[in-house]
Every structure is written in structure tokens, then in C-alpha cells.
Design a protein around this ligand. Structure first.
Ligand code: ASP
Length: 593
């Protein structure tokens, strides 16, 4: 129906006849001449409809925003002085000969260039209109280029694209499962995969050697953060590999991707042990663009007569850390109060601080509600932090977990608020993760997933599970975990040991993972892999603020789709077929209990 996309028109086509199909982005009446900005996925072109072409003029006259038109006309240079250098098609326009209405459009719920005036809910409810916005099209186009680039790279490296089931059994990655009732097996349920983890491992047992898939994963989590219940992974696995192989392959993949798609040369990827990341940055995904660090001061604070500090400083699971912000002495009382509230979100009970106004003046030169409690250690403290005039020092004193989370988040927030970034991109690998983490009741959970290989023997693992390290690695970029993976357990005895440490009894292990345990005894090769979160990767590469902006049809924070109204109720007949009887319908606020 068309000869060119609107956005493709330029000076080389002057005097050519073209046919465009698209939407009326804007229509202006200028003293008897009608201007139509015609839009399609490639851009916008200006069309002029002259009253001389009577029929075309009459049609253009009744066209409204978002009407779908087909226009044939001649490309000509814009009259001198009316060129628009900010638009790719800004040097030319199309003088229309024929205008045909392919479809009319009701007044849209929001004008595309006024999308900021309506809430995100309106945009999500009418997502097909929201997706007409050039910025949205650009993001999804970049997403398509990213997946294309990744596929090409992996295919070149000998990875085979193999699909794995969506209706399956639980594949634990630490979230709740989405369940699907089976009609043919009354009372039984499929689980949607939290990742293709077990299937990709089984493909290694089969000998495929290198697998990849751009795979949908499903995790029923409380959507506090910027997460989606269904999201996409670039998932891969390879046999006869060690950490360096997988890290090497995926690092070149990401490097090439940034080079080809964004023309960005990423700096080198340093490797940092998990323990160092936690101690210096309070996070296992540190944003290394920000030049602030946490400093341990437990030994000093153990000596002060101030319970709030000396308590955590001497407790086994406590930590007292300082965060020095150069130039931060200028922060107002109000700003500090805001930061105090902010760390409260992470469970910190307060935010102690010292402003270093004039260090040479000793205590006189310091301003702080708490310095009176630490006169005996203040010199050592300032020395250790290399405090300079104009600095502010913040403190966290609590359980190590709370201090890390609170000061880690404060560090990132200060970096953003004070624009402290030293570089555009800061990638790194975090390695040497602990195998397990303990919950408040002391129960151990796999930090990655229970199929991750430990870096010790089964006996050592059993003897000291809490201090065992795993062969896992995470790729982090600008404070976001881009992907994570590990070398896997390929030995049945080791897998049984891990289940045992996790408190998964033999019967339960057989019931849930019997197929894996079986497979491990039929010649499983050493193998490992990694999965990237595609949505997050695209978000970083497009500069989007949320992952919803880079997903065509995302769900809301409460895991629903405003456009289709999913999840929805089903008919009593359907429930009966599935052998399901609902308990009294839950009230919205208690739903999920
Ligand atoms: N399956 C893991 C995940 O989804 C990634 C991996 O270990 O390859 O986090």
C-alpha cells in the first residue's frame, strides 16, 4: 500500500512521487492550506494539502488526530525559512495529490505529545495508543536490535536455540510459583518456570554442549521494586566449562552489544569478591560510578560509651560503618532529615552524622549530635576516614544486614542527588558468593539456587555450610544486576548434600527433583551458565526509568494488566472442569492470604 515509511523521506527524493500510510499526528489549518504531520513507526513527515486538489483537500479537512490515511503526493523542498533541522524529514514536505481515509479514529484518551498529563494507569489501559509514541517505538526497536545482536553472537559461538516448557514443575529461584491447574489430572498443578534452569542442565546431560534461549520466566513476588511477574531472560548454558569460560563468553557478548548498538566502549570488568562488595559498598551489586565507600569502624566504636554504637560494634552479627561524603557539610538540616527518613525504609533506626567544618580546630571544628560520645576515638576516626574540611560523615550501627542495606542505598542516593558520578558505565563481576544465607530463624537458603556448585567438597560443605562459598558470578552494571549464573553441581552426591543442608529431606528431594537426581547419574558433564535479565539490560541501554517502559505490555505493580483486565474471574463451569472450588471470594485487601 505504501512506497516509503514517513520517517524515510529526505532531500534525495525531491520530485519523486511517494505513497505514505500512517496516522495523523497533528493537523493544522493555515489560511486555507492544511498541514498534516503523518506518523508511522519510522517517524513523521509533513504533508501539505492545497485547496487546488479539491477532493484531497476535502478529505484532509475532515481528518482528525489519529485517523489512518493513505497519501500520495510529490516530495518537494520546504520553502526557505520553514525548514526544521531538528527533524530527520525537516528539509522536505509532501504535496498531496490524493488523500484516502483508511480508518477514522475516536478522540484518543490522551494526545500523544501530552502523555505526561495523564497518569501511567491511563497509558497502560490504552497501551496500544501509548505505544504509538515515538519514544516507545524507539525503545522497542532498540530492544529488538539487542535481542537480534545477542542471538547472532551466541549462534556464532555455537549455542543452539532450544525451547523449554512453560507448563512444568517448580524450578526454584527463590520466588513463589505461578500455578496452572490441570484439567486432565484433577487436583494436580503445573508450575510456570521461574527460569529454564533444570531443563538447560538436562540439555547438557543430553550432550547439546551449548544452549541459549530468550526465555519468558514467571515469578510471583511482591512487586515492591521495579519487577515484573513475567519477564525475559537471555538464558545460556555450556558444558565442559569453568567460571572463566562463561564469564569470558558473556563479557564479550555484552561488550560487543554495547559497541554495536550504542557505540559505547565499556571499560574493563573488574572482579570483586562478594565479601568485599558488601564491606566497601554495602551491596552485592555496587554502583562503581559513585566514588563513596563504607568504612568499618567497629574496633573504634567498641570503645565508646554509647550503647547505640558500642552494642552493634561488639555483637557478632552487628556492624558499625561510616560513609564519608566530601563536600557534604553543606547539606541542610532538612536534607539530613530526609536522608534519615530514607534509611528508615531499610530498617535503620536513625542516621548519625558529623560535619567536619574545621578539622584543625579539633572538637570545636566538628558539628554533630553524637560527637560528645566519642571524644576518646575521634582523632583515630577522622584519621582513618582521612576527613577533610567540608566533609560530612554518616554512620550506620545495627545488624550488619540493616547497616549494609541502609548505607548501601544511601550511598546510591547521595551519588544521584549530588551527581557524583565519575563515569557513564561501570561494569564489574561479583564473585565468591556464599552458598547459603540464613533467615531470621537460622534456616539456610540457597543464595543463588540449589543447583549452584560449591567451591568445596561435600564433606566440607556439610561441616561448615554457613561459610561455604559457591562458584557463582553476577555481572553488574551501574548498580544493576544484569545477569547471574554459576558452575553447576554435576555430581549426584553433591546435589544430595546441598538438598540435605537446605533441609530438603530425601523423600521431598525425590518427589520434586527426582528427575534431576536421576539424570545426574547417567553421565552428566561438568557444566555452567548464566542468565541475563533482558528487560533490565534494555532499560539500562535505553536510559528508561522503569522496566515497564521497555516491555510492550507490562503489568502493574500489583501484577495485573489494566488493558485486558487480567487476571480475571472464570466461569463456574470452567472451575468445575478443573475440579476447583473457590473458598469464599477473598476481599481485595486480604487476597493472597
Ligand atoms: N537460572 C538462574 C536465574 O534465573 C540463572 C543461572 O544460574 O543461569 O537466576
Amino acid at each position: 500500500m505504501r512506497s516509503h515509511y514517513c520517517g524515510q523521506l529526505n532531500e534525495t527524493l525531491v520530485d519523486d512521487q511517494v505513497t505514505l500510510c500512517g496516522w495523523v499526528h497533528r493537523r493544522r489549518d493555515h489560511g486555507g492550506v492544511i498541514f498534516l504531520d503523518m506518523r508511522d513507526r519510522d517517524g513523521i513527515a509533513q504533508v501539505v494539502v492545497d485547496p487546488d486538489t479539491e477532493e484531497a483537500f476535502a478529505t484532509a479537512d475532515r481528518a482528525r488526530n489519529e485517523y489512518v490515511l493513505r497519501i500520495t503526493g510529490r516530495v518537494r523542498p520546504r520553502p526557505q525559512g520553514t525548514e526544521n533541522p531538528n527533524m530527520p524529514t525537516g528539509m522536505i514536505e509532501v504535496l498531496a495529490k490524493q488523500v484516502e481515509v483508511l480508518n477514522s479514529a475516536a478522540t484518543p484518551p490522551f494526545q500523544l505529545d501530552e502523555h505526561g498529563k495523564v497518569g501511567e494507569e491511563v497509558r497502560l489501559k490504552h497501551r496500544y495508543i501509548d505505544l504509538r509514541r515515538p519514544e516507545m517505538i524507539d525503545k522497542l526497536r532498540l530492544r529488538s536490535r539487542i535481542s537480534h545482536n545477542v542471538r547472532a553472537y551466541l549462534e556464532n559461538q555455537g549455542f543452539l536455540d532450544i525451547e523449554t516448557p512453560i507448563l512444568t514443575r517448580a524450578t526454584p529461584e527463590g520466588a513463589r510459583d505461578y500455578l496452572v491447574p490441570s484439567r486432565t489430572h484433577a487436583g494436580s498443578f503445573f508450575a510456570l518456570p521461574q527460569s529454564p534452569q533444570l531443563f538447560k542442565q538436562l540439555l547438557m546431560v543430553s550432550g547439546f554442549d551449548r544452549y541459549y534461549q530468550i526465555a519468558k520466566c514467571f515469578r510471583d513476588e511482591d512487586l515492591r521494586a521495579d519487577r515484573q511477574p513475567e519477564f525475559t531472560q537471555i538464558d545460556l548454558e555450556a558444558s565442559f566449562v569453568e567460571e572463566d569460560d562463561i564469564m569470558g563468553i558473556t563479557e564479550s557478548m555484552i561488550r560487543g552489544l554495547f559497541q554495536e548498538v550504542l557505540d559505547v566502549e565499556l571499560p574493563s570488568f573488574p572482579r570483586m569478591p562478594y565479601s568485599e562488595a558488601m564491606s566497601r559498598f554495602g551491596s552485592d551489586k555496587p554502583d562503581l560510578r559513585i566514588p563513596l565507600e563504607l568504612t568499618d569502624v567497629d574496633d573504634l566504636m567498641a570503645k565508646v560509651d554509647f550503647k547505640v554504637f558500642s552494642g552493634p560494634a561488639t555483637a557478632a552479627d552487628g556492624r558499625v560503618a561510616a560513609l564519608k561524603v566530601p563536600g557534604g557539610a553543606e547539606l541542610s538540616r532538612k536534607a539530613i532529615d530526609e536522608y534519615t527518613k530514607f534509611v528508615g525504609i531499610y530498617g535503620a533506626k536513625g542516621l548519625a552524622w558529623i560535619k567536619v567544618n574545621e578539622r584543625a580546630k579539633g572538637l570545636e571544628g566538628l558539628q554533630s549530635p553524637i560527637v560528645k560520645f566519642m571524644e576518646n576515638v575521634i582523632d583515630d576516626l577522622l584519621e582513618r576516614l582521612d576527613a577533610q574540611d567540608g566533609d560530612i560523615i554518616f554512620f550506620g550501627a545495627d545488624k550488619a544486614r540493616v547497616v549494609n542495606e541502609a548505607l548501601g542505598a544511601l550511598r546510591v542516593k547521595l551519588g544521584e542527588d549530588l551527581d557524583l558520578y565519575t563515569q557513564d558505565w561501570a561494569p564489574l563481576w561479583v564473585v565468591d558468593f556464599p552458598m547459603f544465607e540464613a533467615d531470621d530463624a537460622g534456616r539456610l537458603h540457597a543464595l543463588h539456587h540449589p543447583f549452584t556448585a560449591p567451591s568445596c567438597s561435600p564433606d566440607a560443605l556439610k561441616a561448615e555450610p554457613a561459610s561455604a562459598l559457591s562458584r557463582a558470578y553476577d555481572m553488574v552494571l551501574n548498580g544493576t544486576e544484569l545477569g547471574g549464573g554459576s558452575i553447576r553441581i554435576h555430581d549426584q552426591a553433591m546435589q544430595r548434600t546441598v538438598f540435605e543442608v537446605l533441609g530438603i529431606g530425601e523423600a521431598e528431594a525425590e518427589e520434586k527433583f527426582g528427575f534431576l537426581l536421576d539424570a545426574l547419574k547417567y553421565g552428566a558433564p561438568p557444566h555452567g551458565g548464566l542468565a541475563f535479565g533482558l528487560d533490565r539490560l534494555v532499560m539500562l541501554m535505553t536510559g528508561a526509568k522503569t522496566i515497564r517502559e521497555v516491555i510492550a505490555f507490562p503489568k502493574t505493580q500489583s501484577a495485573s494488566c489494566l488493558m485486558t483486565d487480567a487476571p480475571g474471574e472464570v466461569s463456574p463451569e470452567q472451575l468445575k472442569e478443573l475440579n476447583i472450588r473457590l473458598r469464599q471470594k477473598a476481599k481485595p485487601e486480604t487476597a493472597g492470604e
